[in-house]
Design a protein around this ligand. Structure first.
Ligand SMILES: Nc1nc2c(c(=O)[nH]1)N[C@H]1C(S)=C(S)[C@@H](COP(=O)(O)OP(=O)(O)OC[C@H]3O[C@@H](n4cnc5c(N)ncnc54)[C@H](O)[C@@H]3O)O[C@H]1N2
Ligand code: MOO
Length: 426
């Protein structure tokens, strides 16, 4: 008995080993996306306040040291430690008051102190700030009983950023942390990549807007809202969103209109092998190029990638979970490549399984999974459904990411090490 026969089981046959050679691996598909997803190259300037989600086109360098001047980290008293003779306690005359935002005009020379507030510049001569809780104030004199170390509670100029230092390289997507660093560097305007223009075409005669009245055999559209949300989170501009029927000439005209306006056209449905699957023939009629069609994964096997004219095309399967999973794996990688975003550190990590697993080998399975806790070694434990149902999204809100079940694994013991990729929510 061959290995193939031993794993064959009744069903649609789409996992049959002899069906797999035409499918490529996840890594090969990602490599083809990386090789063909170049940014449009157009850039523009945006104000820092509206830069969230944009990708930097030029590095940001600090316009001055940060902080720009030595300043107090606490409300208290600035003193010169070298003037504190003997073992103490010391009585120091308060000779100045320095609030934040005002220059320190009086120096701290000798056994005196300056009242100072958090963020205020350190007066000349002072080299420590004693917290007000650590002194006793009596009129214009403070009693200090413990010797402060030089540098105590002082934030030195340049301790966060040197002048001219590269704060952020090009290719970074700007989130709150990046924006904070740019603001501290004095970058009020940023040079960013043009926002990606994306068109979405959700196909299928049976599909109706979520919540609308349905006739028998019609279904509510999951893919449009799901992908619209994903695209909004990815910071792209949705230039068109339409529903396409299972009608070859209609799809040709919709796709050609979208490809003329968008950097990326995303379709869902209509890419399998049935005679009602018209997306690839429509692409062929438009002289499009298919760079891959079919990846050895479950769900999402028919996922496809190519070009229509100058636009990239990502063909996601119609089954909603398959569309969701392939978006997470390939869609986000494609958006990043087309946006000029630098390759991210590996987003997958290793976790351990909570239960024993038996499955049909063939394709790498990407199952929605929930981080359930930690084992005795501090490793994350994941739980997931005992089968993949590519049309079911009801339990998706419970999942934290996707677990990768290796193509050849027929069984896995409890505690098996598997790869896990958290969902990208942005
Ligand atoms: N003979 C074969 N049939 C199928 C194969 C195969 O290899 N041989 N592959 C199966 C797999 S795997 C998948 S995945 C699907 C993918 O098919 P399509 O991408 O062509 O998608 P459709 O046929 O248009 O739809 C599939 C399924 O999803 C429902 N759907 C479609 N759009 C939506 C939407 N916007 N919201 C909610 N649900 C949607 C649709 O009604 C179908 O039930 O093909 C298998 N068949
Ligand atoms: O296995 Mo399909 O690829 O149903 O999603």
């Amino acid at each position: 008995m061959t290995v193939h026969e031993s794993v064959a089981s009744p069903g649609c046959g789409c996992d049959r080993r002899d069906m797999l050679p035409s499918l490529i691996s996840i890594d090969e598909a990602l490599a083809r996306i990386a090789a063909h997803a170049a940014p449009a190259g157009q850039t523009g300037t945006v104000a820092l306040d509206s830069a969230v989600g944009r990708v930097l086109a030029r590095p940001v360098r600090s316009r001055s040291m940060a902080p720009a001047f030595d300043n107090a980290a606490m409300d208290g008293y600035a003193v010169a430690t070298s003037a504190l003779r003997g073992p103490g306690p010391w009585l120091l005359q308060v000779v100045a008051r320095v609030p934040a935002g005002q220059p320190a005009t009086t120096s701290v020379a000798g056994a005196v102190a300056a009242r100072i507030f958090t963020g205020a510049p350190i007066p000349a001569g002072a080299d420590a700030v004693v917290m007000q809780e650590d002194v006793v104030r009596d009129g214009e004199v403070i009693h200090l009983s413990r010797r402060p170390a030089p540098g105590l509670n002082i934030r030195p100029a340049g301790s966060d950023m040197a002048k001219g230092a590269t704060v952020l390289d090009k290719g970074h997507r700007l989130g709150p942390g990046e924006i904070a660093a740019c603001a501290a560097a004095g970058a009020g305007f940023l040079q960013v990549q043009r926002r990606l223009r994306v068109a979405l075409l959700v196909t299928g005669d049976e599909v109706r807007h979520a919540g609308d009245a349905r006739k028998p055999a019609q279904i509510w559209d999951v893919n449009t809202p799901m992908l619209t949300a994903s695209l909004a989170a990815a910071g792209v501009e949705i230039v068109a969103s339409a529903h396409g029927g299972d009608d070859p000439s209609g799809l040709v005209s919709q796709l050609s209109g979208m490809a003329a306006r968008a950097d990326l056209v995303i379709t869902t449905g209509g890419i399998s092998v049935g005679e009602e699957d018209h997306v690839k023939p429509a692409l062929a009629a438009l002289g499009g190029e298919i760079l891959f069609s079919g990846v050895a994964i479950k769900p999402g096997k028919p996922v496809s990638f190519g070009r229509i004219g100058k636009a990239s095309w990502l063909g996601l399967p119609g089954n909603p979970l398959a569309a969701f999973v392939t978006w997470q794996i390939f869609g986000i990688a494609l958006i990043r490549g087309l946006s000029g975003e630098v390759a991210h550190a590996r987003t997958r990590r290793h976790v351990v399984t909570a239960t024993e697993l038996r499955r049909k080998p063939g394709r790498c399975e990407l199952r929605p999974a929930t981080i359930a806790g930690f084992d005795a070694h501090g490793r994350e434990i994941v739980r997931f459904e005992d089968a993949t149902h590519s049309a079911r999204v009801g339990r998706l809100p419970l999942a934290d990411g996707l677990v990768f079940l290796p193509a050849d694994a027929e069984s896995l013991p409890i505690g098996a090490l598997v790869e896990f990729q958290p969902f990208c929510r942005s």
